[in-house]
Write a protein that binds this ligand. Structure first.
Ligand code: COA
Length: 326
């Protein structure tokens, strides 16, 4: 019986840091409003980098840490909801950039929950014995879809990429338990990038540039996130027969500090056990969890045997929670 274990971490964010004070010059907002409502102080925004560039940066760091040659990578599985092209997928372009010529390449899309879904798919390939390793990446350039005249959404998001290497182990460790889910009836609550019908026979209402923008009912997302995160984390821990006390860190999708505070309170878990870096990166969608993991690893917060819970939620409405032993 094979299990899948994280053996390397990587992250890459754009050069440009945009603070709340910078945004005050663009839209009618304030550092005070953004900080109090979201916990965000700054975010990274691309100037000339693509999602592929950021994912390539994360992939190179993963390769270096793992000590593997690019040819050793058997699969690249990448989460994004802000692709550079609809096709080719970003995984193929990363494969080319790092020389991972033997890797099968697949992008998955589950919005901000996408990294947890990608981890789950990767784990299945490893568990089934198909691959001994899978590089799992997430890269997002949500700034492409932000309406920079809409203060209610543009202040929330940032760009970035991160990832891990999952490898086969015969030890009883690594990915221990998970829950994935979706509530499709809530699809209109959060999304971006509506694609037009564009053919010679088109008689649909023409789309405008605004249709590509992020759309969001913030209050509904808030309600969904706070209830689903709590429920999903409880479900996974119960299924795995692991207590909250055994968890060293909860690593939730970094969407809003207030969401995480509410969830910590509902779960009766000290907020200190929730890793937070949203103040510096904003909401980087599916990249937020792997960016956090890389940061935690480089700060020495993740040691062999530590149990952590990663939990993502977002457009779909989709969610995913995974219990991992490092
Ligand atoms: N700066 C200043 N004022 C702002 C603003 C901004 N950036 N954005 C909105 N406002 C104003 C609104 O216009 C409104 O003004 P009004 O009362 O005069 O009409 C007021 O602030 C309150 O807006 P509201 O949308 O009700 O605020 P809120 O308390 O619900 O907070 C969010 C808004 C977006 C921070 C909050 O709903 C949220 O975090 N939701 C979850 C979003 C999320 O996480 N999305 C991604 C999930 S993956």
């Amino acid at each position: 019986m094979y299990n899948a274990k994280i053996t390397a971490f990587g992250a890459c964010v754009p050069k440009l840091e945009v603070t709340n004070f910078d945004l005050e010059k663009i839209v009618d907002t304030s550092d005070e409003w953004i900080s109090q409502r979201t916990g965000i102080k700054a975010r990274r925004i691309v100037t000339d980098e693509t999602g592929t560039d950021l994912a390539t940066g994360a992939a190179k760091q993963i390769l270096e840490m793992s000590g593997k040659a690019p040819e050793d990578i058997e699969m690249i599985l990448l989460s994004t909801c802000s692709p550079d092209y609809l096709t080719p997928n970003i995984a193929c372009m990363v494969q080319n950039n790092i020389g991972a010529v033997n890797a099968a390449c697949l992008d998955v899309s589950a919005a901000c929950a996408g990294f947890v879904f990608a981890m789950s798919v990767a784990e299945k390939f490893i568990k089934a014995g198909t691959y001994k390793n899978v590089m799992v990446l997430a890269t997002e350039v949500i700034s492409k879809f932000a309406n920079w005249e809409d203060r209610s959404t543009c202040v929330l998001f940032g760009d970035g990429a991160g990832g891990v290497l999952l490898e086969r182990t015969e030890e009883n460790t690594g990915v221990l338990c998970e829950e994935l889910g979706a509530k499709g009836s809530g699809w209109e609550v959060l999304g971006n990038g509506h694609m037009p019908i564009n053919n010679a026979f088109n008689n649909a209402k023409p789309l405008t540039e605004a249709d590509t923008y992020v759309f969001m009912d913030g209050r509904e997302v808030f309600k969904f996130a706070t209830s689903k995160l709590k429920e999903s984390i409880n479900n996974v821990l119960e299924k795995a027969n692991v207590s909250k006390d055994e968890i060293k860190y909860f690593v939730p999708h970094q969407a809003n500090t207030r969401i995480i505070e509410v969830v910590a309170k509902k779960l009766k878990v000290d907020l200190d056990k929730f890793y937070l870096n949203i103040d510096r990166y904003g909401n980087t969608s599916s990249a937020s969890i792997p960016i956090a993991l890389e940061e935690m690893k480089s700060k020495g917060l993740l040691e062999k045997g530590d149990k952590i819970v990663i939990s993502g939620f977002g457009g779909g409405l989709a969610w995913g929670t995974m219990l991992i032993e490092i």
